[in-house]
Ligand binder design. Structure first.
Ligand code: NOJ
Length: 551
């Protein structure tokens, strides 16, 4: 059990299993808080907000990339894996930040991006300056082109952001990049790459980092035997095969890499945690989460689910079965920096194509924000009652909606250009947070924000919600603090209800979570209601509402 100190701050869990049921808050650093007033969030901004994170009651922060980067893909184009982007601070600032987090009882998970570097990484620059076939080129995936003069790309593989996955360099060779052209893929058959990432894991672990979030963990190993075989089109969400047969993704040989990572992570006391970002079919996810590998893998099923009790029930039951089988704990996610915020998803009819909707500036149809936020809060409370880790994304505790009307001129996501403006991309969930009601950037920084914030941010700012009974922020705080009491056995018992619009489960200690997905109010079970996602009507649970009841 997590203990409270006299000063009200949580002490870090003393054991090596803290991550199994942690509430983890994702910080997208350039959009969190800007201390130096350059319009980009930074590490000092995070340090200054540690009291806010402590008051929220999260167990850990997952920090998206803060490494030197030209920000071609929001920092997922890393130019140096063992340093801090000067735009965001220094290694000394990092040390100050981690100390402040730890002093507040909050762990730190950092993002690690092993599939690709930035094209500005010294190794890629060296590769460009070197001959075809040279050792420097062998760190990446360079090939000759096809057709007359090698003018055609070596294969028809597409980038996840649209367009060809190959780019040609001056001497005529092509290099592979599963994302933007500024993100050349590493060649993981090269022992030097394998060794270097182990060094990076040690570098950050030595600095006190508690865990790692592994970016596109399923793509490191590729079948590059020729002729190249077709791969699924990830840019258009084609599903991956369940047998590991795709040439680019989810190949069985990737697991040996993570076994070697686990050995390094286990050199530490407590062992460093890791969570795989792997958009793979459910049965394959287990493999990444094995205790001999990363220990956890993101489960994006809830994030993809419609607001429906059967979908939620099936997803929860399946994932808990998986977790039991693999020895991992499950993870739950409703929002992150890559998807439309869940308050907006639930505010739109399920048949709406969200990209089309974003392209139209979010006007057709108009969001039903009241329903969206009500459901978002209900889904969050349900998620926080589940065994396993809950990953929260900055701003969801304010009930932020997607900023759907960003002008084309300000878009930063490479998807926008790479798809020839067919996909608007992910900037709408990455707009800098509003801290205050007024000010040039609602308290984000002293001099504007790198993406424009809408006027409606004022009413959802931290200042507007702090201490306000019934606000989304106070609701998150209460739920997260109560959740600590749930961190006992990872058990869940389903309670069947005659009314199928209800989802009711019990956790150890007489803890019930009841969600009403239907359109009429229902009677709550006996017991004390400790928190609800929206107002109750006496003992009646209104539609789109979750309550925790302790009997
Ligand atoms: C997944 C990250 O979450 C996303 O933001 C990024 O664009 C890709 N990986 C490429 O690194």
């Amino acid at each position: 059990m997590t203990k409270s100190r006299d000063n009200g701050l949580k002490a870090p869990r003393p054991d090596g299993h803290w991550w199994r049921q942690a509430a983890v808050y994702q910080i997208y650093p350039r959009s969190f808080a800007d201390d130096d007033g350059d319009g980009l969030g930074d590490l000092a901004g995070i340090t200054a907000r540690v009291p806010y994170l402590a008051s929220l009651g999260v167990d850990a922060v997952w920090l998206s990339p803060f490494y030197p980067s030209a920000l071609a893909d929001g920092g997922y184009d890393v130019a140096d894996y063992r340093d801090v982007d000067p735009k965001l601070g220094t290694l000394a600032d990092f040390d100050v930040m981690i100390r402040a987090l730890h002093a507040a009882g909050i762990r730190l998970i950092v993002d690690i991006v092993p599939n690709h570097s930035s094209d500005l990484h010294v190794w890629f620059q060296e590769a460009l300056a070197s001959e075809p076939g040279s050792p420097a080129r062998e760190r990446y995936i360079f090939r000759e082109g096809k057709g007359e003069g090698g003018a055609e790309p070596p294969s028809d593989w597409v980038s996840n952001f649209g367009g060809s996955a190959w780019t040609r360099v001056g001497d005529g060779q092509w290099y592979l990049h599963l994302f933007a052209r500024e993100q050349p893929d590493f060649n993981w058959s090269n022992p030097g790459i394998r060794e270097d990432f182990l060094t990076t894991l040690r570098f950050w672990s030595d600095r006190g980092v508690d865990g790692f979030r592994v970016d596109v963990a399923h793509s490191l190993v590729k079948d590059l035997s020729e002729p190249f075989r077709p791969s699924v089109d990830r840019a258009h969400d084609q599903p991956l095969p369940v047998d590991g047969s795709d040439p680019l993704y989810d190949r069985d040989a990737v697991h040996a890499i993570f076994e070697s990572w686990r050995e390094v992570l286990n050199e530490y006391d407590p062992p460093r945690s890791a969570v795989a970002e792997a958009w793979v079919p459910r049965p394959r996810r287990l493999l990444y989460a094995r205790p001999t590998e990363l220990g956890q893998a993101f489960n994006f099923d809830l994030l993809l689910a419609e607001w429906h009790p059967e979908s939620f029930h099936r997803i929860i039951a399946d994932n808990l079965t998986d977790a039991r089988q693999s020895g991992a704990s499950s993870t739950w996610v409703l929002s992150n920096h890559d998807v439309v915020r869940h308050a907006t998803r639930y505010a739109l009819p399920p048949e709406v194509d969200r990209n089309e909707w974003l392209l139209g500036g979010g006007t057709d149809p108009i969001e039903d924000r009241e329903t969206g936020l009500r459901r978002a809060r209900a889904a969050t409370l349900l998620m926080l009652a589940l065994p396993g880790s809950a990953y929260l994304y900055q701003g969801e505790e304010l009930g932020l909606f997607e900023v759907a009307d960003l002008d084309a001129a300000v878009l930063q996501d490479p998807t926008w250009e790479r798809t020839g403006h067919e996909q608007k991309g992910r900037d709408g969930c990455r707009v800098p947070l509003p801290w205050t009601r007024d000010g040039s950037s609602f308290g984000f920084g002293s001099d504007g924000a790198h993406l424009p914030q809408p006027a409606w941010f004022a009413g959802l700012s931290v200042e507007a919600q702090d201490g306000e009974e019934g606000s989304t922020l106070e609701f998150y705080r209460r739920a997260l603090h109560l959740r600590e009491r749930l961190q006992g056995a990872e058990e869940l018992e389903w309670i069947s209800e005659r009314d199928h619009s209800l989802l009711h489960f019990r956790r150890p200690g007489g803890w019930n979570s009841v969600t009403n997905f239907g359109d009429h109010r229902v009677q709550l079970p006996a017991g004390a209601v400790v928190v609800s996602s929206g107002p109750l009507e006496g003992r009646m649970l209104p539609p789109d509402t979750t309550a925790w009841v302790v009997d």
